[in-house]
Design a protein around this ligand. Structure first.
Ligand code: SF4
Ligand code: SF4
Length: 585
């Protein structure tokens, strides 16, 4: 099937004088393959897929794509004419967590909304309301047929939305009242304790940090008495410790209820899911849902980029996690040293052991939230002054803070022009814009960008400057797995081309493992006492960090990726006994 997508945000016929309409060869023959409406409208039945309109459109508003030949099924849902199409649905299954994995724009959230009953599937015919018989007919002979029948009998569903920051706009009150109102199962006290959020009960929802709001939203959903629970990106804003706490709680819920989780943190998904559906396709155009795999096979199929059953390859090169030689063995000169550093901010004390950063090395920085990682970054950049110690010399640091301020009402191109001489140059396009997928966004207003688009813009700005060190605070936030891997590769290549080093603070263990040569761990008591250890080998740093968390990881033999062991499994017990919390061999 040929799919024509017209991005309504970008399509602007007043400015382009209907370039696509005039250039389409079918239109030139007298038929209306492209129609003039408020936006361009493309008749997919007439389109021959020549792609001329795609190249003629000055605003990158058209996509013409073919679905894989093997796909011989009707769609489940289409948002509108020339809009995104979803094929198949994941299968909610009791007795374990069903994980959904795939890039942004492939329909994961749409699938959850359909399964939770908030969007009625139109079977690819926008504007029509198919009957229950039509819907269950599409899924005849599968568990989904029964599922949609059960939904008619009012199965109760609970849904944790992706964008928790919107909750305070809907509910203005105190956390305590908000949670008490949802506690239909009488489990609130236990959930508060297990998510460590007892201390936020007296605050208002709009006073919470992202991580607190996320945990409150998860608690509210778990407290509801539902048959099926959906969690859309529950790891956002959480540190590794909180991700594991959340994962264990969701696993326990799945022992008695049906649970489905979408997430981009592969280590978290690996830890909490029992089966995985992979979403693949063309972002923003169409998404296809794979059959359910075991968690290991599903994540490996995703990294391999190949869905055997559908005979579809969606990634040119498989993703492999190489174990790289530590920096010391590469004999590089020291770029920066820092003395034992101390800083007190209110009731919080930070102590950083002395250490150094080698030229051209990639240092991963990790630890729980509120242990002073961002404070340390600000001391390095000079934004904060250390009470004692600090860096031994001034070096040029290009800094991407955790909170992204892309303020103002200008366009992306205006924003880039402030830091790059010629953002339209081929060099800049190939080096930065293309790997970050920003080429098509240059004319967009910064204020209209999604969280992931803003993050990629902030990374582009950081990497566009000449610097000795690229210092990034949580660059993986809001990005999907592929974007995270592309950012890791880009950071490595830019720092190598510029003979610079990079320091990356993050909570995604796979992202850090993929990117870093050495590690720096922050331990201590969040909000009270942060202690940063001297930077060391990646495995020994992860080992200390994971020992502190009481969690073990091993390497997947096929992809080399770190995998969390199930708590109290044979491997978990064996590795703990030998002190190998981060097992390399
Ligand atoms: S799709 Fe592009 S070329 Fe066609 S009307 Fe819209 S902006 Fe103009
Ligand atoms: S791909 Fe070719 S045939 Fe199809 S709408 Fe565009 S210009 Fe017309």
């Amino acid at each position: 099937m040929r799919i024509a997508i017209v991005d309504r945000e970008r399509c602007n016929p007043k400015k382009c004088d209907w370039e696509c309409f005039k250039a389409c060869p079918i239109n030139r023959k007298g038929e209306e393959c492209i129609k003039k409406s408020k936006n361009a409208e493309i008749e997919e039945d007439l389109c021959i897929g020549c792609g001329i309109c795609v190249t003629k459109c000055p605003f990158d508003a058209i996509k013409i794509v073919n679905t894989p030949e093997e796909l011989d099924e009707k769609p489940v849902h289409r948002f509108g004419k020339n809009a995104f199409v979803l094929y198949r649905l994941p299968i909610p299954k009791p007795g374990g967590v069903v994980g959904l994995l795939g890039g942004n724009g492939l329909g994961k959230s749409t699938a959850l909304k359909i399964l939770s009953g908030s969007v009625k599937p139109n079977l690819g015919k926008p504007g029509e309301e198919p009957s229950l018989e039509d819907i269950s007919g599409l899924f005849r002979g599968t568990q989904l047929q029964e599922y949609f029948h059960d939904m008619e009998e009012e199965k109760r569903t609970a849904y944790k939305p992706q964008r928790v920051e919107e909750i305070p706009r809907i509910y203005e009150g105190e956390v305590k009242k908000f949670l008490e109102d949802t506690d239909e199962r009488g489990v609130l006290d236990e959930v508060l304790d297990r998510l460590s959020i007892e201390n936020v009960l007296d605050r208002k929802l709009d006073e919470l940090s992202g991580g607190e709001l996320q945990r409150v939203a998860i608690a509210a959903v778990i407290c509801k008495d539902a048959d099926i629970y959906y969690f859309d990106e529950p790891s956002s804003y959480l540190d590794v410790y909180q991700r594991l706490q959340m994962g264990k709680l969701i696993q326990d819920l799945a022992e008695e209820r049906t649970v489905m989780v979408v997430d981009h943190d592969l280590a978290t998904l690996d830890y909490l899911a029992d089966t995985i559906h992979v979403f693949y396709g063309e972002p923003g155009a169409y998404g296809i849902v794979s059959k359910p795999y075991s968690t290991r096979k599903g994540i490996n199929a995703y990294l391999e980029g190949y869905i055997r059953e559908d005979n579809v390859r969606f990634r040119e090169e498989p993703v492999k996690f190489d174990i790289r030689a530590p920096t010391k063995e590469r004999e590089r000169s020291t770029l920066l040293e820092f003395q034992k550093t101390k800083k007190t901010l209110g009731n919080f004390n930070l102590t950083v052991q002395e250490g150094e950063l080698a030229r051209e090395e990639q240092l991963g920085i990790f630890g729980a939230n509120a242990l002073g990682k961002s404070t340390f970054a600000k001391i390095l950049t000079g934004e904060l002054e250390a009470d004692e110690g600090g860096p031994d010399r001034e070096v040029e640091i290009s800094y991407k803070p955790q909170k992204i301020d892309t303020g103002g009402s200008g366009r992306v191109i205006d924003f880039l022009t402030k830091v790059v001489e010629n953002p339209y140059s081929n060099e800049f396009k190939n080096k930065i814009l293309h790997p970050l997928g920003l080429e098509g966004l240059l004319e967009n207003r910064v204020s209209t960008l999604s969280g992931g688009e803003r993050q990629r813009l902030a990374i582009a700005v950081c990497l566009s400057k000449d610097a000795d060190i690229y210092l990034m605070d949580e660059p993986s936030a809001y990005l999907d797995v592929d974007q995270r891997l592309r950012v890791a590769k880009l950071v490595q290549s830019v720092s190598s081309q510029n003979e610079a080093s990079c320091m990356v603070i993050d909570h995604d263990i796979l992202f850090l493992d993929y990117l870093s040569e050495r590690g720096m761990v922050f331990l201590g008591e969040p909000g009270v006492d942060g202690k940063a250890l001297k930077p060391g080998g990646l495995e020994s740093s992860f080992n200390k960090f994971l020992e502190d968390l009481g969690v073990t990881f091993r390497r997947d033999p096929h992809t080399g990726r770190p995998r969390a062991n199930k708590p109290d499994s044979v491997k978990d017990r064996e590795q703990k006994k030998n002190g190998n919390y981060y097992y390399i061999e």
